[in-house]
Design a protein around this ligand. Sequence first.
Ligand code: PMP
Length: 390
Amino acid sequence: MSWYQYLQNELALREERQQIRKLHVTENGPDCWITKDGKRLLNLASNNYLGLAGDKRLIEAAIEAASLYGAGATASRLIVGNYPLYEETEQDIANWKGTERALLIGSGYTANLGALSALLGRNDVVYSDRLNHASITDGIILSRAEQKRYKHNDLEHLEKLLQETPANKRKLIVTDTVFSMDGDTAYLRELVHIKEKYNALLMVDEAHASGVYGQNGAGLAQELVERIDLHMGTFSKALGCSGAYLAGSKLLMEYLTNTMRSFIFTTGMPPSTVGSIKRAVEIVRDESTRRALLMQNGTLLRDLLKQAGFNTGGSSTHIVPIVIGSNEATISFSQMLQEKGIAAIAVRPPTVPENSSRIRLTVTSEHKPEEIREAVKLIAETGLREGVLS
Ligand code: PMP
């Protein structure tokens, strides 16, 4: 079979399984209302949790940084692509997180890929929650370490796997703190006890918790900051920018600076992005009202969907899935909702486990309670008509 025939067959197979992905165009910038493919929709699909992506102060900071240092960093941070702004921002992030040091990385994906593949080698064992983000799984594969996936949030299973491992092996436990497709949270205090008992490293991914949880928005792990070895979080969600941080001890950060290939072999982040990140961290630290509004909106959406009879899984956050099951029913429901004016995105395997396709809804601090109420009314009416609700 020729290469092109093979590629065509692979796509046809995905089409058959209703797993084809298509790019759509969002015609306006970040807002609670978007125009997508010409249709105005209530945006319940973005990760702009605190509404910062369109904040004038972030945009001005980006312009200022670009005016000072240019449109691009011109080289790797380790060559000539490191500016005072970058060092100051990393210091701000470390202060915000309460760690000795922090490191800026181009994206959450490359932060997880780089950190896990730098820390782990073929003789090590890594314990990963089954619902961890794909970038964690990919980092583990790249590291060639032995991977043991424990059942979602099942600490008994985790301990059983740890007990099976010889004591002399180096071990690392890794978990999302807020799970991106389920909107539930990890048992961090218990994980810290386990990691101390078995002498393992603990790494947490705060992509959906940074800016949202903790005092000053530093994340769900903030209270346990010193007992968790490696903190990763993104600036691409609640902080409204792009990029990620790794934060922890001076030793760990120095090790990663010397070994992390997704840091070493890539151009430094654009000055504009670092400028807006610095400003976003300040805003998140100072403006707790945004977090309070986000929490209220999350609770409202969750409660109303549950009252209407939807299965929202274990969600306890601003991420609220409507778990449906089959790809076909999920896609059809999502299309119906878009026709009714709601951006409600279908999430299918391999992003979520087989037979657990869902609509992933998210709110922001900027949504008005009336908008959420109105949306749930429409979702429930459509759910009844489509047979998602009985
Ligand atoms: N970790 C988690 C838990 C995520 O949900 C995401 C983004 N979907 C990432 C990492 C990757 O972050 P980024 O989009 O900044 O690459």
